[in-house]
Design a protein. Structure first.
Length: 134
């Protein structure tokens, strides 16, 4: 909302949404638990600076390299198991076809979401953010 110069917005909320991508796991030698600890450190920093932190649980994939990497699904499970450190979670598992990367309507190539899936994930994000704004 617009605020006059020198005035502080009292109803403004800054929200950081964190999405860890499969490349974060492929390129890293960290375990899923270590990756989650890094995300928690980021969340603590964001929250200490007066912003809200929303974690986006990881999407699925069919690509050979990424499918073989169990850290993706382990990380998703860790976020969904205990997310008390975050202000909110966008649960990709709530979008049934988001967990089916062989669905060509949802994934362009087994890794990258299609426009249809991006819109649906955006709707999930909107619900989470809307709840934080109330």
């Amino acid at each position: 909302l617009p605020v006059a110069v020198g005035q502080k917005a009292t109803n403004q909320k800054n929200i950081i949404i964190s999405l860890s991508a499969v490349n974060d796991f492929i390129a890293s030698a960290q375990t899923s638990a270590q990756s989650l600890e890094n995300t928690k450190v980021n969340a603590a920093y964001v929250k200490a600076n007066g912003m809200l932190f929303v974690a986006f649980s990881e999407l699925s994939t069919t690509t050979t390299t990424n499918s073989a990497n169990s850290r993706v699904s382990e990380y998703r499970a860790l976020i969904l198991d205990d997310n008390s450190w975050a202000d909110g979670v966008i649960n990709t598992s709530a979008v049934s076809y988001a967990m089916n990367p062989s669905d060509t309507g949802a994934y362009l190539d087994g890794l990258h979401p299609s426009e249809t899936l991006n819109i649906r994930l955006g709707e999930e994000a909107f619900v989470t953010i809307k709840n934080l704004m109330m």
